[in-house]
Design a protein around this ligand. Structure first.
Ligand code: PFF
Length: 492
């Protein structure tokens, strides 16, 4: 039997795991959530969710992959033959995410090419530029309006880049992350320095770091924080399981998890400073309050950053650098998702070539991705992102905790973790995995569901929301089918 592929060192594994975690979620998703939920108010639930859900589950995923030396599906199947569906749900969600994630990268690529001009074409009206010029957004989700061919071409380029990164599996990934992990961090630092020296930057920063404890009473903010933690740590997608499965069995798990989680959230918090200093500047120049300068939403990073970039000396250079940052941030997250899917396929069909698998997965994802480069693409993206992050990931997290806590045995896994890690965990981890995390996640799911029933998400029509529901319900139904069918579908 072919030997399992290996990272060439622990450092490369960490680069890959951090590369997966740190992505558009840190620079694009985190700031827009923070802005939407009132700046400082968001940080409290975010940090609480990080420590109660994020770190313990990241330890769990690392441990499962490393101990069992398998991708998500085979790992859960070896816990119990009826549980493979959890892994399928995980990689299905990952696949859905990477399909729209690549579309966001395509926006960045178009901005990148449009940067090479003496005056930034979006100077003065960054918002109009993004929505009308880049997206050519239609009036509503029902008005699909055909494909936006510029974005389509950009999406194709993005997929070629992703394919090139994953085609040799761990070997090529291990090389690419040496550049794509550190580069964006350096670039962000440069942009940060420009951001905080803008007029009014301080007012934005204060908005960002002043907690508003009254906002904590809203359940929505807790839901958003918890799902952001899943998204940002690449949890519930089978990615961290797949990556850890290429480690040697004696690698320090808790150490790796802390390094990954803290670096990742550090970068989100840092990106927040950059975005909010620019928002402060915009508020000062336009005379409105920081909370009202831009409409929040997935477009935020593509309006606020360009605006700031247009103000810089050598703006073409900084713009090009910034969009390159977004692309390099995105790419190692995107290919980690592809790699998670590939790993599962490879576990199942050992003789199939890694390149072929990678090609098939990339091509399929590209084809589905055309939905997000239509003129209504942003609406679809908003809907699918909403459902997969608020339900899909949370459900996988719940099932993971139950499978490990109650079937495999939290204590048994912890004993393994402690035997290889420097920082040893006490029985508190078992309690978190067995009781606290499932209870919290069930509560979140129920609250989210109630909210969904109270009114359509963002007022979208039923058929569009049905697409959103389908990315949750289809894999869930499949998982249940696997769990309940009498026959072992795929014997170990
Ligand atoms: N963690 C990435 C980010 O925050 O941008 C996104 C992501 C990558 C999500 C990989 C999921 C994943 F499996």
């Amino acid at each position: 039997m072919e030997q399992r592929a290996r990272w060439s060192s622990r450092m490369i594994f960490l680069f890959a795991a951090i590369g997966s975690a740190v992505g558009l979620g840190n620079v694009w998703r985190f700031p827009y959530l923070a802005y939407k939920y009132g700046g400082g108010a968001f940080l409290v639930p975010y940090l609480i969710a990080l420590f109660i859900l994020g770190v313990p589950l990241l330890i769990l995923e690392f441990a499962l992959g490393q101990k069992l030396q398998k991708g998500a599906v085979a790992a859960f199947r070896s816990i119990h033959h009826r549980l493979g569906g959890i892994g399928t749900m995980a990689i299905f969600s990952g696949f859905v995410v990477v399909v729209y994630y690549a579309a966001v990268m395509a926006w960045a690529l178009v901005f990148f090419f449009n940067s090479f001009q003496a005056k930034m074409p979006w100077a003065g009206d960054a918002k109009g530029y993004f929505f009308d010029h880049i997206l050519h957004i239609s009036g509503s989700v029902g008005d699909v309006g055909g494909i936006n061919w510029t974005l389509f071409a950009a999406l194709l380029v993005v997929w070629v880049l992703i394919y090139l990164s994953v085609r040799k599996g761990v070997k090529s990934v291990g090389k690419v992350v040496l550049v794509t992990m550190p580069l964006p961090i350096i670039l962000l630092l440069v942009i940060f320095i420009r951001g905080i020296t803008l007029d009014g930057a301080l007012s934005g920063i204060l908005f960002y770091i002043t907690p508003d404890f009254s906002a904590l009473m809203s359940t929505e903010i807790w839901l958003a924080a918890a799902s952001q933690i899943f998204f940002t740590l690449s949890l519930g997608f089978g990615v961290m399981i797949a990556y850890a499965s290429f480690n040697r069995k004696d690698q320090n798990i808790t150490g790796d998890a802390w390094i990954t989680a803290l670096t990742n959230s550090g970068i989100s918090l840092f990106a927040g400073f950059v975005v909010f200093s620019v928002l402060g500047y915009m508020a000062t120049t336009t005379g409105v309050s920081v909370g009202d300068v831009v409409t929040s939403g997935p477009g935020l990073a593509f309006v606020v950053f360009p605006q700031a970039l247009a103000l810089m000396p050598l703006s073409w250079l900084f713009s090009a650098l910034f969009f390159l940052t977004l692309l390099s941030l995105g790419i190692d997250s995107a290919f980690s998702l592809v790699e998670a899917v590939d790993t599962v396929i490879k576990d199942r069909f050992r003789d199939m070539s890694t390149k072929k698998i990678a090609f098939g997965v990339c091509l399929t994802a590209f084809v589905f991705g055309t939905l997000f480069v239509t003129h209504a693409g942003l609406y679809f993206l908003d809907i699918v992102d909403h459902f997969v992050t608020n339900f899909g990931l949370v459900l996988v997290g719940l099932f993971e905790a139950i499978a490990v806590g109650w079937v495999y045995g939290a204590r048994r896994l912890r004993e393994y973790i402690n035997s290889v890690s420097r920082w040893k965990m006490g029985a508190w981890w078992d309690h978190l995995i067995r009781y606290v995390i499932p209870a919290v996640l069930i509560l979140l799911l129920v609250m989210q569901f109630i909210k969904e029933m109270e009114g359509p998400y963002e007022g979208y029509p039923g058929w569009a929301l049905a697409i959103g529901w389908s990315v949750v319900v289809v894999p869930l139904a499949y998982g249940l089918f696997v769990a309940l069918s009498r026959k072992r579908l795929q014997p170990q």
